[in-house]
Design a protein around this ligand. Structure first.
Ligand SMILES: *Cc1c(COP(=O)(O)O)cnc(C)c1O
Length: 423
């Protein structure tokens, strides 16, 4: 532990999958004086963030912004659309899916938790076929909602949300589709309208590059309709009062003004870069980090290459090595924070975040810290992961850079880079 009067030089490496490193530009925007949340200036800010955030969710419909962590927005999604005793179908992708299920129980819902056998559990995405089969059996339509996690932050596995929608439609079932994209939004491709999601839940401290404390519900017309009939109690979370105040850019209570300055700045940055490029940037970082893990000869937690998370990578430590001991060594020696194994995965894996204010070289430094820490803990590595990632980054220039544009212009087929990244 560091003494209180010691301060390490240089920046701490916050490579956990949320909170992610916040760009200086956003920190500066948040340092402006707090304004009257009922004054004219605030209305403009409110309308700006409420409009901009829809583009991030890729929706034409309203998005609710709460001054709360993501967990609050989970509760809001359930309590606005469902009634006491309703059955909900959930899928055990990992720790966050498990926590959402526990919340459903606390709220008086009846969650049904679909899981894979223990040996495959937490290493795959949602299985749309299992969802479809369960909904087919539910002829009386007792299941009122299907709830799934888009990017399971505890494992580094994404799920195909469009396929879950198709499964619900194939079963001709009226259940709502509620999706947690708390760590997926603004890093991994996410399309609220196109994928037919009824409520998308997200938070500020992951892909949006903000500090914790803001969270979201993106709605569909069907979700708004359900909220007019559902009877779970809700006060603070109730959509109706917020939606009417939001029409003019205000809230029924005091919103977190300075975090909204930060959100406005994040929207400018992300929409200025363009969502496609934002997604490509994270895909490429994910590929670089996975090449490092492969070069070390360690296992990646996700066992479905098509579902590798562009946001984080779960690294399984060899039998007999406590992953938290590795994390502790890396923190003490290199001032680098990595994500701990959560729930069932505790001690078995650590997580490398590749989101927020990163670049190729911060990731190379992160991988260097991991590599040295793994060796210090007595793990024999096949080769240098840091070098493998560096080679990959050098051969595949970052999207949007002059080097990438030159490569694309020179290539006979026009798209060598996208292929390399997806490979
Ligand atoms: C971070 C996270 C949460 C929890 O959000 P909080 O802001 O910590 O309340 C839930 N689900 C997923 C997938 C997450 O990544």
């Amino acid at each position: 532990m560091l003494e209180l009067d010691q301060h390490p030089s240089g920046r701490h490496f916050l490579q956990i999958p949320g909170p992610s490193p916040v760009p200086d530009r956003i920190l500066r925007a948040m340092s402006l004086p707090t304004i009257d949340h009922r004054g004219p200036e605030f209305g403009e800010l409110g309308l700006k963030v409420l409009g901009g955030i829809r583009k991030i969710f890729q929706t034409q419909h309203p998005v609710i912004i709460y001054p709360a962590s993501g967990t609050g927005a989970w509760e809001a999604a359930l309590s606005n659309t469902l009634s006491p005793g309703d059955s909900v179908l959930m899928f055990e992708t990992g720790h966050f899916a498990t926590l959402w299920k526990q919340m459903a129980l606390r709220l008086g819902l009846q969650p049904e938790f679909l899981s894979l056998p223990e040996s495959q559990s937490w290493r795959h995405g949602v299985q749309p076929k299992l969802i479809e089969a369960r909904l087919q059996e539910d002829r009386e339509h007792r299941i009122k909602a299907v709830c799934v996690v888009h990017n399971e932050t505890s494992t580094g596995v994404t799920s195909d949300i469009a396929a879950v929608r198709r499964a619900i439609d194939a079963a001709d079932h009226p259940a709502l589709l509620l999706v947690d994209t708390i760590s997926g939004l603004a890093s991994a491709d996410y399309r609220h309208d196109e994928w037919g999601v009824d409520v998308s839940v997200s938070g500020s401290q992951k892909g949006l590059m903000l500090p914790p404390g803001v969270s979201f519900n993106a709605l569909s017309p069907k979700a708004i309709e359900a909220s007019q009939r559902s009877t779970l109690p809700r006060g603070f979370w109730a959509w109706d009062e917020i939606l009417s105040a939001n029409a003019n850019g205000y809230w029924p209570y005091t919103p977190n003004t300075n975090l909204l300055y930060g959100l406005a700045e994040a929207l400018d940055m992300l929409l200025g870069e363009g969502l496609e490029q934002v997604f490509a940037r994270h895909e490429r970082w994910g590929e670089g980090v996975r090449r490092a893990v492969n070069a070390w000869g360690l296992e990646i937690q996700c066992q479905e290459p098509a579902l590798y998370s562009p946001v984080l990578t779960g690294v399984v430590t060899p039998e007999g090595i406590d992953a938290d001991e590795v994390r502790r060594t890396i923190y003490d020696r290199f001032d680098l924070s990595l994500g701990t194994g959560l729930g069932k995965a505790k001690g078995r894996m650590f997580r490398i975040g590749h989101l927020g204010d990163c670049n190729d070289l911060t990731l190379i430094a992160t991988l260097g810290g991991c590599e040295a820490g793994l060796k210090l803990c007595g793990i024999e590595l096949f080769g240098s992961g840091m070098q493998a990632a560096l080679d990959f980054f050098a051969d595949n220039p970052a999207p949007g850079t002059p080097a990438a544009r030159k490569l694309a212009a020179d290539a006979p087929t026009g798209q060598p880079q996208a292929d390399a990244v997806r490979a």
